[in-house]
Ligand binder design. Structure first.
Ligand code: PEP
Length: 258
């Protein structure tokens, strides 16, 4: 992390877990144990039906609510889809875009790019996910793959909007597997992402953008991962479902930085 230049973000990704009633229970418990210090931004990205309950519960707190997906289209005949304008109006601040689980369902780089642009136009903060498979890592093409995902996802994002984008590096082999990237492995790729952003935009923008790590981050490994200079937070799946664990990760972000 480097709090001097950029925001630290601890974001949860609930995936398809918890009902609206369970959301209310979780938020009530979290509210009761939230640390007072403001060393990081906190977000919980929840299933669409849980957004109203989450927003209501966290209204007077510093916890922002996000969605796990959005439509690239503003409105119209897209049954089952939810637009960025709807998410904003429902009280969301963030939206996860391009999660590997959605890519595995067929989401393309082109659609991800359109969603990033739609989120930025609506005033939402996109949490843009990228990450390599184990096969790609073992073939030694991680850097190229990540650079390609980032470049395609950011096509057409203007210079004055790039700082609003949060990028999450999530190696697919570490998501939900309990197998975390080592702090060195995670740092290497996050640093590389910053270089890619620098080449596309500028050093100032690259220095200001928040890059998160995600992939079995938990209350035990968070401190060491967050101690890396280019890891500005975490996107947390499993451990964000348990208030005690999520709070411990928030507390791990309270450490000295350069
Ligand atoms: C995720 O879903 O983005 C994630 C990182 O999950 P987990 O923390 O459970 O690996």
């Amino acid at each position: 992390m480097n709090r001097k230049y950029r925001r630290t973000v601890i974001a949860g990704n609930w995936k398809m877990n918890k009902t609206p009633s369970e959301t209310k229970e979780f938020m009530t418990a979290l509210k009761g144990m939230l640390p007072r210090g403001r060393w990081c931004d906190i977000a919980l990205c929840v299933p669409a039906v849980c957004i109203p309950a989450a927003v209501r519960a966290m209204r007077e707190t510093r916890v922002s609510i996000g969605a796990e997906n959005c439509s690239p289209n503003p409105s119209g005949a897209y049954t089952g889809e939810i637009s960025t304008g709807m998410l904003l109006d429902a009280g969301c601040k963030y939206v996860i875009i391009g999660h590997s689980e959605r890519r595995a369902m067929g989401e393309t780089d082109q659609q991800i790019n359109a969603k990033v642009l739609a989120a930025l136009n609506a005033g939402l903060i996109p949490i843009l996910c990228c990450g390599e498979s184990l096969e790609q890592r073992e073939a030694g093409i991680t850097s190229e793959w990540i650079a390609m995902q980032i470049k395609l996802a950011l096509l057409g994002v203007p210079e004055d909007k790039i700082r609003k984008v949060v990028i999450a590096y999530e190696p697919i082999w570490a998501i939900g597997t309990g197998r975390t990237a080592t702090p060195e492995q995670a740092e290497e790729v996050c640093e590389h992402i910053r270089v890619v952003v620098r080449k596309l935009y500028s050093s100032k923008n690259a220095r200001a953008i928040s890059i998160l790590y995600g992939g079995s981050m938990n209350e035990k490994n968070a401190y060491e991962l967050l101690a890396q200079p280019d890891i500005d937070g975490g996107l947390i799946g499993g451990a964000s479902l348990v208030p005690e664990k999520f709070v411990q990760i928030i507390e791990a972000a309270n450490q000295p930085t350069d």
